[in-house]
Design a protein around this ligand. Structure first.
Ligand code: HEC
Length: 94
């Protein structure tokens, strides 16, 4: 994937992609904390890594969620598998 974006010749995008490819869960979580709380206290506290990952991949595949799932579906559709893994790992430490 990363190699593909490099061959598109978009040097900047490529650079950005390789920086963010380190998939820092803490950094990614910044965009989640408005709703879920800095410490995950809204819905996410003490969740196991596997459960969070299952939820995130489920939202992406549209096979998971409750009545407000469209909120999450819209949020996860731009996350890569790597991002979701990093997020799940970070959230499990909250
Ligand atoms: C605009 C508010 C909002 C933002 C931002 C948001 N969420 Fe959510 N999240 C929700 C709502 C509402 C639900 C419950 C959705 C449902 O009914 O399934 C939810 C559910 C979840 C669940 C499932 C919890 C469970 O017990 O089933 C996970 C995991 C989750 N969010 C992770 C994240 C992550 C990771 C981010 C950042 C990428 C994020 N959320 C950003 C509002 C938000």
């Amino acid at each position: 994937m990363r190699i593909m974006s490099c061959t598109l010749g978009l040097a900047l995008v490529c650079m950005f992609a390789s920086v963010s490819a380190a998939a820092d869960g803490k950094e990614l979580y910044v965009r989640c904390q408005g709703c879920h709380g800095q410490d995950g206290s809204k819905l996410l506290k003490s969740k196991a890594e596997g459960d969070v990952l299952k939820a995130l991949t489920g939202y992406k595949a549209k096979t998971y969620g409750g009545e407000k799932k469209t909120v999450m579906e819209n949020l996860v559709k731009n996350l890569s598998d790597e991002d979701m893994q990093a997020l799940a790992k970070y959230i499990s430490t909250l």
